[in-house]
Design a protein around this ligand. Structure first.
Ligand code: HEC
Length: 116
């Protein structure tokens, strides 16, 4: 019984320790993100995996540098003339997140049927 109590309290101590560590590192938590989660919200307009079936521009397979430049332009205070929504959307992402999105979509094959 004594051993059990020791084990439980040791377990509690390490849980509290882990919680304290988590709380003391908020900056680190903010800088990590899952690009596939971010990219999922682009699919509503740009198609699944950035392969647009309709009038919306496709993102899949476009050069990373081009996508990144477009996203940064949308985020800037002087977005391209005629921009409707991307200027507002791009402001919701950090530069790192936009760069990761550009890389992510550039690595997707433009057509789902393409052979690897
Ligand atoms: C609400 C619909 C919508 C969502 C969501 C959306 N976009 Fe867009 N996107 C547009 C529209 C519309 C344009 C054309 C520019 C404009 O009018 O804002 C565009 C243009 C673009 C372009 C330029 C394409 C080109 O060739 O001109 C890129 C790159 C882009 N979006 C990336 C993204 C990424 C990355 C996401 C997810 C973070 C995203 N978009 C989410 C609607 C959307």
């Amino acid at each position: 019984m004594k051993t059990l109590i020791k084990q439980v309290s040791a377990g509690l101590a390490s849980t509290v320790g882990a919680l304290a560590l988590g709380l003391s590192a908020p900056a680190q938590a903010q800088s990590t993100f899952d690009v596939t989660v971010l990219a999922a919200s682009c699919a509503n307009c740009h198609g699944t995996d950035g392969r647009s079936p309709g009038g919306m521009p496709s993102l899949a397979g476009r050069p990373e540098a081009v996508l990144n430049a477009q996203l940064m332009a949308y985020k800037s205070d002087t977005p391209p003339a005629g921009t409707t929504v991307m200027n507002r959307l791009a402001k919701g992402y950090s530069d790192d997140e936009l760069a990761a999105l550009a890389k992510h979509f550039s690595q997707i094959k433009p057509q789902a049927t393409d052979k690897n």
